[in-house]
Design a protein around this ligand. Structure first.
Ligand code: PXG
Length: 436
């Protein structure tokens, strides 16, 4: 039997299950979605970690409409348009000091591959072309392009795609329930796991390593916070060995942790930051790579005339995306949203940790406006079944959450109220005891 659901091969979705019982969203405003039947659903995931200012904000919608009528597109190669320059300048003011050069992409995946290509090319233009090795971390997620797939540390995302990229290695992940379960904020134990980089340096030699990429807080694998001191130690080791440090802030950028970037929340400055998602509040696809000026300047010095970096996308700095991003930054500023996560943290922390003691919960973690509940896998079942069933039942009960492996992630728009945080957690309190 055919149906009008057949043609769309859905991303990261159990297509056959979904198409038997589709879950559709057709309207959104501020903290809520509505299904085509008109059922209201509270957004506990900021769409997919991107709608940080809440949905369909008029200022952003109007800016996109205005720009579409004014100028739909301008070629970004050897030509420019004013909004891209204005946006890059506005963005660098938000970024950690020194990361003041901005390269535009259209997604987090493109930002990751762009940053890694810049890292390789940077070493080459400085006469260290032998630095080609790239280091990721187990349980990392860096999108789905070839380099991001290779650098990511989630087995199921990698195994279908061959070796994908050679010269890649991984640090151990930092998730350690035996020492850190039910920690509020950053875990106490595990700074020494950064020394795993020394193991890889001993194995490969520092002179072959171009860059290390990590999420300062791993999002997709279930909100894994960095142990206290871990990022500082990783920074020091990268400096010691001349290795570039890239923070993948596709999720943590734009206020999720209570500061514009996690780099600021944790007081550690990387050499590059990859961003996307919240840059336009999810309204138009866009990504960006923030680059230290010294890295950028090395390219300028190496090629005083001609194209310094042979890289870019037809839609780098697309006018509609720039208009959406500028309006998004205005909205964040007017409502102080990029630091609101810090003020809301105590409410989310108390609410999330009040779930402790419910069946199957083995850990609860939180920081800023993000929390995760980890379930023990159901014996004999595929991993993640319990979290997925919690997600399904919460959606039926009017709250959208995200299942990530054995975890449920809570990451509401930064405009969330105390009452809405309690609605999310009360829904979980009703649903979790019904799960086998
Ligand atoms: N890096 C990080 C850290 C991400 O979280 C990407 C790169 C890729 O971004 P794009 O825009 O290419 O998708 C991401 C994306 C989840 C989930 O449920 C997370 C992402 C995407 C889809 C689902 O955790 N993050």
């Amino acid at each position: 039997m055919t149906s009008h659901f057949d043609a769309f091969w859905m991303p990261f979705t159990a297509n056959q299950d979904f198409k038997q019982a589709p879950r559709l969203l057709s309207r959104a405003k501020d903290m809520h979605y509505w299904t085509p039947e008109g059922r209201e659903v509270l957004d506990g995931t900021s769409g997919l970690w991107c709608v940080n200012a809440g949905h369909s904000r008029p200022r952003i919608a109007e800016a996109i409409a205005r720009q579409a009528a004014e100028m739909d597109f301008a070629p970004p190669f050897q030509m420019g348009h004013p909004l891209a320059f204005e946006l890059a300048d506005r963005l660098q003011r938000l970024a950690p000091e020194g990361l003041n050069r901005v390269f535009f992409t259209n997604s987090g995946s493109e930002s990751v591959d762009t940053a890694l290509k810049i890292a390789l090319a940077y070493h080459r233009v400085r006469g260290e072309a032998q630095r080609t090795r790239l280091i990721g971390r187990e349980r990392g997620y860096h999108g789905v392009n070839f380099a991001g797939t290779a650098l990511g540390g989630m087995g199921p995302n990698r195994k279908m795609f061959g070796s994908s990229l050679s010269g890649v290695d991984h640090l151990r992940h930092t998730h350690d329930l035996s020492r850190n379960a039910f920690t509020k904020g950053q875990p106490e134990h595990g700074a020494e796991l950064a020394d795993d980089l020394e193991r890889l340096v001993a194995l490969h030699d520092a002179s072959t390593i171009a860059a290390v990429i990590v999420e300062p807080m791993a999002g997709s694998t279930g909100v894994l916070l960095p142990p206290k001191g871990y990022l500082q130690r990783l920074r020091a080791l990268c400096d010691k060995h001349g290795i570039l440090l890239i923070f993948d802030e596709v999720i943590t950028g734009f206020g999720r942790l209570g500061a514009p970037f996690a780099a600021q929340a944790y007081g550690v400055t990387p050499d590059m930051i990859t961003a996307a998602k919240g840059i336009t509040n999810g309204a138009v696809p866009m990504g960006a790579v923030f680059v230290k000026q010294g890295i950028h300047d090395a390219f300028m010095a190496a090629a005083p005339t001609g194209i310094e970096l042979p890289h870019g996308y037809t839609y780098s700095g697309h006018p509609l995306a720039c208009a959406a991003a500028l309006a998004t930054l205005d909205t964040y500023a007017e409502e102080d949203l990029l630091t609101r996560g810090l003020r809301m943290q105590p409410t989310l922390e108390a609410a999330a940790h009040s779930l402790k003691g419910l069946p199957h919960i083995v850990d609860i973690r939180n920081t800023g406006l993000v929390a995760a509940i980890e379930f023990a896998p159901r014996p004999g079942a595929a991993p993640g079944r319990r979290a997925f069933e919690v997600f399904l039942k919460c959606f039926e009960a009017g709250v959208l959450l995200r299942a990530a492996g054995d975890n449920i992630a809570i990451a509401p728009p930064l405009i969330v109220s105390d009452a809405q945080i309690h609605q999310i957690v009360d829904t979980l309190k009703r649903v979790i005891p019904t799960i086998e």
